[in-house]
Write a protein that binds this ligand. Structure first.
Ligand SMILES: *[C@@H]1O[C@H](CO)[C@@H](O)[C@H](O)[C@H]1NC(C)=O
Ligand SMILES: *[C@@H]1O[C@H](CO)[C@@H](O)[C@H](O)[C@H]1NC(C)=O
Ligand SMILES: *[C@@H]1O[C@H](CO)[C@@H](O)[C@H](O)[C@H]1NC(C)=O
Ligand SMILES: *[C@@H]1O[C@H](CO)[C@@H](O)[C@H](O)[C@H]1NC(C)=O
Length: 190
């Protein structure tokens, strides 16, 4: 429900923006990166229809170039593990189905499997990488429309981390919005 409402909210912005790419940052841990169809460290290669490639969906590669997006979209980002299907393509296809006139959707994969919220803190490696990729993404023309966030399992290992999670996540969201200078950036938390 929350995801649905936020997508509608993002859609309002998208409707009024015909110029440049509609850019979404995809961050978090393995669940965002995508392990769908991975068994015993091998991806089965199956792409569900809702995650199929679409000429209107691009992805920012690890070397900061745009290419037509196809699963696994984190394959050159989350390189320590085998990637499969994640939520990014299904999200982009859904947006385009809801509003075919929005133009190009640019996905910026940034998720790394197994990471905890402390590793995403402002100033840390993952945060800096995400900001660097966000800057490269908009440099080619376009606007960051949202952050898709799917992370948290790594912060359930101790009660202390679990209890600190809410505040750490709030801090992270606040910092991202501040550093991107997008104070009302829609954030979809999976
Ligand atoms: C998230 O990823 C972990 C590790 O791959 C998996 O065990 C878990 O089921 C996933 N959670 C959801 C809600 O898909
Ligand atoms: C995965 O590996 C385990 C242990 O090697 C094996 O028993 C199992 O059959 C494998 N599953 C698949 C789907 O290959
Ligand atoms: C960057 O990545 C794209 C897609 O993987 C590839 O086609 C291109 O050759 C790469 N460019 C450089 C400079 O590595
Ligand atoms: C988060 O992950 C890092 C790297 O694996 C680890 O050093 C750290 O102890 C973990 N937890 C916290 C709360 O920082």
């Amino acid at each position: 429900m929350i995801v649905y409402l936020l997508i509608c909210y993002a859609g309002v912005h998208l409707a009024s923006a015909a110029v440049g790419k509609n850019i979404f940052l995809l961050s978090g841990q393995s669940n965002m990166s995508g392990r769908g169809g991975v068994v015993n460290s091998t991806w089965d290669g199956y792409i569900p229809p809702e995650s199929s490639p679409n000429p209107a969906i691009l992805r920012l590669t690890a070397n900061l170039t745009w290419e037509p997006a196809a699963e696994p979209i984190h394959r050159d980002i989350d390189i320590a593990k085998v990637c499969g299907v994640g939520p990014g393509m299904a999200f982009a296809n859904y947006l385009l189905r809801k509003n075919p006139s929005i133009g190009v959707v640019g996905l910026v994969p940034c998720a790394i499997g197994g990471t905890n919220i402390s590793e995403w803190v402002r100033g840390g490696y993952l945060y800096k990488q995400m900001m660097r990729r966000a800057a490269a993404a908009v440099a080619g023309g376009g606007t960051i429309r949202g952050l898709l966030w799917y992370q948290g399992e790594s912060d359930t290992l101790t009660l202390e981390d679990a209890e600190a999670y809410k505040n750490r996540l709030r801090r992270f969201f606040f910092d991202v919005r501040e550093d991107l200078r997008l104070p009302v950036l829609p954030i979809v938390q999976f």
